[in-house]
Design a protein around this ligand. Structure first.
Ligand code: CP
Length: 320
């Protein structure tokens, strides 16, 4: 692959390869000195057309820790606001000869469109309701670390049941995670209010639930998603109170899952809506901050691997 646009493009061994590559960066990031010159002389552009805290900052930190020159383009301050098209923006960025472009955009498929216009690898940092591949990879890495600490020897997720609950219809995180977790051997249950359940869930091989207690029964992992009200138009929008009553992860609900079940959330969280604070902050169960930590390591691995061919190193390869 030249680009990283979707988990759907990756084989299981490629997912495992990226997770394994990230381990060295987890180690390095825990040391006082967190810098190598691996990408010295390379330029990475982070072009974000949608808001972000975790993804933008972790891609910036990842590029800098690898020694690259990193520049951020915030769409709100760019010529996109003057009517420049996405393709013209891509051609403009490409003319500056970057070595990788990281893109977040509100439209599904926008990153693939840009990838077709530029000469360097493109990394999808979330495109509309389509995919958020580095989120699923960092979630897999965080889960693998948490399982190891619990004595789970296997490198993959065979035998594990993961319940993903929330606004699945609008969630690129849900789609990428269903694909990634299944590729890693997990059984995936997807739970949402009926109006927020996309029709393709079962075609993707996941089990669809509208009753959260049923979906959670015996699950090893509860992955919670927020309601993406900014993407809702015409859909049923439950009130936060109503939603919490039916789909909020409370300590009492978590007791229905497997003993020691792991709690995950990609962030940003709406505490008291999809997850209670006492659950989000459970030190022995919640790995939410670990997910953020793993985000830097995974993005370092992705930037390294995708730029290898440009650096004359055998690796992931580029489009002919
Ligand atoms: N999880 C995630 O993508 O968070 P941000 O929107 O803050 O990047």
């Amino acid at each position: 692959h030249r680009d990283l646009l979707a988990i759907g493009q990756l084989e299981r061994h490629e997912i495992l390869f990226l997770l394994d590559e990230a381990e060295q960066w987890v180690e390095m990031n825990r040391r006082a000195a967190k810098h190598v010159d691996l990408l010295a002389g390379l330029t990475v552009i982070n072009a974000f057309f949608e808001n972000s805290t975790r993804t933008l900052l972790s891609f910036e930190i990842a590029g800098k820790r690898l020694g690259a020159d990193v520049v951020n383009m915030h769409a709100a301050q760019s010529s996109v606001k003057k009517g420049e098209t996405l393709i013209d923006t891509a051609i403009t960025l490409n003319a500056m000869r970057p070595d990788a472009i990281v893109i977040r955009h509100g439209s599904s498929g926008a990153t693939a469109l840009i990838a077709d216009e530029v000469d360097c690898p493109v990394l999808n940092a979330g495109d509309g309701q389509h995919e958020h591949p580095t989120q699923a990879l960092l979630d897999a890495l965080a889960l693998r670390h948490a399982l190891r600490e619990r004595g789970h020897a296997a490198e993959d997720f065979t035998g594990l049941t993961v319940t993903i609950c929330g606004d699945v219809l609008h969630s690129r995180v849900a789609r990428s995670n269903v694909l990634c977790l299944q590729a890693m051997g997990a059984s995936v249950r997807v739970c949402s209010p009926p109006a927020l359940m996309p029709s393709h869930v079962e075609a993707m091989g996941a089990a669809a639930y509208t009753d959260f207690d049923e979906a959670l029964a015996g699950a090893d992992v509860a992955m919670m998603l927020r309601l993406q009200t900014e993407r809702m138009s015409g859909q049923f929008v439950p009130s936060p109170r109503e939603y919490h009553h039916l789909y909020g992860l409370t300590a009492a609900r978590l007791a229905k899952a497997a003993p020691d079940a792991i709690v995950m959330h990609p962030g940003p969280m709406n505490r008291g809506v999809e997850i209670d604070s006492d659950v989000a902050d459970m030190l022995d169960r919640s790995i939410i901050t670990r997910q953020v930590e793993m985000g830097v390591a995974i993005r370092m691995a992705c930037l390294d691997v995708l730029t290898r061919r440009r650096r004359g190193v055998e690796g992931w390869g580029e489009k002919a």
